[in-house]
Design a protein around this ligand. Structure first.
Ligand SMILES: Cc1cc2nc3c(=O)[nH]c(=O)nc-3n(C[C@H](O)[C@H](O)[C@H](O)COP(=O)(O)OP(=O)(O)OC[C@H]3O[C@@H](n4cnc5c(N)ncnc54)[C@H](O)[C@@H]3O)c2cc1C
Length: 379
């Protein structure tokens, strides 16, 4: 019997393990962390991702743990609408849309689908060796693991991708980000919002269980010690002129709930398939979060990979077909998200006013075309 191994127990790795199980392949998952549990932060899943989970037969189990939001609006710093997307109207065309979930809840739902014996934690891979038909993974703890086929899903910093494609290093987008999930202190929220001001961006996403996920992006040098040290009072100062309920949300945020990281992505790479090894998720095509599509693309990867494995005689041919189907779409998302982030992070007040006015004038047909390209997926 041939052995399949998945490196990384994130959204890509776990979803791939579930997708493979549905076609009769029991993969072993190796994860660096001692426990598979992501940071407490929210995640928006668009119609394409939900369609992926429908294909895998687990959509209901995931939807029951999150919250469907009626609208997604972009606002200016005074709270006036720039654009608004209606999830029901989009849903009629593309399927259930604008769903938000706390990351640990999504992981719990995915883990519940797998046999615990498939999962191996505390296994940080350092490098890989391909010899004949076999691939050997070398781990930080000195152990090794031999496999026939390797699915690399170990995220943007993937040491395996960097070994296979030297120079494929993450690039800094120019802005840094704080996130938190807090208990709702009684604010009447229904849809998700993102506010674009000269000081930065502030997103608010209501979650199930009366919780709120918020994020804030500010322009800064990479790995800036001042940003690393920034706490809630600093963010209150930066966003003090933003409309309600931004100041109230920050006031109710416990300091120890803040998650901080610089925003980075992976400049599009030329291949995902390397014989009996394939890259998926952020390891292959990490994107900035501006389109809310990173995890959605990882979920698409898992579904398409299983489809191709079911359709081809050899996994090598399936991996090559996967690359063919995924490369162009993944690059489209990475490039568009990068460009949107540049515009959304403008900090010159005059330019910000002009941008907001122009965005308000974008015809519905243009927004619709953009949405169609992102949400329509070739499952
Ligand atoms: C601020 C922010 C907001 C975002 N919001 C959204 C959103 O709303 N919607 C959306 O769709 N996407 C969003 N994303 C993107 C999304 O988080 C990622 O695209 C997604 O988590 C990628 O999943 P992954 O499994 O490929 O990688 P990861 O989530 O990075 O998982 C990789 C896994 O591999 C493990 N690992 C790492 N190195 C090794 C190693 N050497 N050996 C073994 N295991 C290893 C890690 O511990 C981890 O468990 C956001 C990203 C950011 C930064």
């Amino acid at each position: 019997m041939k052995h399949y191994t998945i490196l990384g127990g994130g959204i890509a790795g776990l979803t791939a393990a579930i997708a493979l199980r549905r076609i009769g392949i029991r993969a072993q998952v190796f994860e660096a962390a001692p426990v598979i549990r992501p940071v407490g932060a929210g995640l928006a899943l668009a119609a394409n991702a939900i369609k992926g989970y429908v294909k895998l037969g687990i959509a209901e189990k995931i939807i029951s743990r999150g919250r469907l939001l009626p609208t997604f609006s972009i606002l200016d710093a005074r709270g006036r609408r720039i654009t608004q997307a209606d999830a029901a109207a989009i849903g009629r065309k593309y399927g259930l849309h604008n769903f938000a979930i706390n990351r640990p809840d999504l992981h719990e739902a995915l883990l519940a689908e797998l046999d615990p014996e498939q999962l191996h934690t505390n296994k940080a891979a350092l490098r890989v060796e391909q010899s004949g038909d076999k691939t050997t993974l070398f781990f930080k703890d000195g152990s090794t693991h031999e496999t026939d086929f390797l699915i690399v899903a170990d995220g943007i910093h993937s040491p395996i991708r960097r070994q296979l494609l030297p120079g494929s290093e993450p690039r800094y987008a120019g802005y840094t980000c704080w996130r938190a999930v807090i208990d709702n202190p009684g604010l009447p929220l229904s849809g998700a919002t993102e506010t674009w001001g000269a000081e930065g961006r502030f997103g608010i996403v209501p979650l199930a269980g009366n919780k709120i996920y918020w994020f804030a992006c500010v322009n800064a040098p990479q790995n800036d010690p001042a940003m690393r040290a920034a706490g809630v009072p600093d963010l209150e100062r930066i966003f003090q002129k933003f409309h309600d309920p931004v100041p109230a949300i920050l006031r109710h945020t416990p300091g120890d709930s803040l998650v901080w990281n610089d925003i980075i992505d992976l400049k599009p790479i030329s291949c995902f398939a390397f014989g009996n090894i394939v890259l998926i998720g952020d390891a292959a095509h990490a994107t900035t979060p501006n389109l809310g599509q990173g995890a959605c693309q990882a979920i698409e990867d898992a579904v398409v990979l299983a489809d191709e494995l079911a359709a081809h005689d050899t996994p090598e041919a399936a991996f090559a077909a996967f690359e063919c189907r995924r490369l162009k779409r993944a690059h489209f998302i990475v490039n568009n998200s990068w460009q949107l982030g540049k515009v959304a992070q403008w900090s010159n007040p005059l330019l910000v006013s002009v941008r907001n006015a122009l965005f308000r004038m974008i015809p519905e047909s243009v927004n619709e075309r953009q949405l169609k390209t992102v949400l329509e997926v070739d499952f």
